[in-house]
Design a protein around this ligand. Structure first.
Ligand SMILES: CC(C)(COP(=O)(O)OP(=O)(O)OC[C@H]1O[C@@H](n2cnc3c(N)ncnc32)[C@H](O)[C@@H]1OP(=O)(O)O)[C@@H](O)C(=O)NCCC(=O)NCCS
Length: 192
């Protein structure tokens, strides 16, 4: 896959990963209010919560120089969701770490966009940020998300599965499966 970093962001064969624009707020709020997209989260977001999340994402970019990029399909859709890297702001046995994450509008699922964008995010993390490891996690039942992790060559590490510290103890969505990929992994070398 050919990826390029430009002044506008990171381009892949079909996508542009870029900083957020004001026009993204409305489609992002729609996506965050879609029960299909939010099936594996404790709750859907109000418009205000969705806007707050954009502010937190932008603060992360300002603080660290990378983050959860807005994803555009040039010529097809100005905004389809986010894919990128972030530093979780809470403690667990595996923190501090950098996480790769994704959330796309359901009408753009099933086209390989999440995996394509996430490969570019991993490449950025390993080549530009010089990270040695990138992690990901989700609830066990989020099969689509786990399939993205597996397509990326990430490995499930069951001994690091954990109860998410931001979810109430005993909540049905508290348990999370933990995946990781290392810069020197063989799968990565064949993919980038
Ligand atoms: C997780 C999520 C991003 C996965 O989206 P996705 O579209 O299933 O994943 P990809 O973009 O990698 O697409 C893969 C699918 O596209 C298909 N595909 C079609 N054309 C393709 C192409 N040109 N290249 C690659 N794959 C293609 C693949 O066969 C695969 O289909 P399958 O899953 O039915 O086998 C999406 O379901 C989502 O946003 N969920 C809600 C938010 C969420 O749960 N986020 C994670 C929280 S931890």
């Amino acid at each position: 896959m050919a990826t390029h970093q430009t002044a506008h962001g990171i381009t892949t064969d079909r996508l542009l990963l870029r900083r957020w624009r004001p026009g993204d707020a409305e489609p992002f709020a729609r996506l965050n209010a879609d029960p299909r997209v939010m099936e594996h989260f404790p709750s859907m977001s109000t418009r205000e919560e969705s806007d707050q999340l954009i502010r937190r994402i932008e603060d992360h970019f300002d603080q660290y120089g990378f983050g959860l990029w807005a994803v555009e399909v040039p010529g097809l859709a100005d905004f389809i969701g986010f894919v990128g890297l972030r530093i979780p702001p809470w403690d667990a046995s595996f923190t501090p770490c950098v996480e790769v994450g994704w959330r796309l509008s359901a009408e753009f699922w099933g086209r390989g966009y999440a995996t394509e964008a996430a490969r570019a995010a991993l490449e950025f993390g390993f080549r530009s940020l010089n990270l040695t490891e990138i992690v990901s996690f989700t609830v066990p039942g989020n099969v689509r998300s786990r399939r993205v992790m597996e397509r990326l060559g990430m490995m499930h590490v069951p001994e690091l599965d954990f109860d998410h510290p931001m979810v109430a103890p005993g909540h049905p969505l508290v348990r999370h499966v933990f995946y990781r990929i290392r810069r020197d992994s063989e799968t990565l070398k064949t993919q980038l």
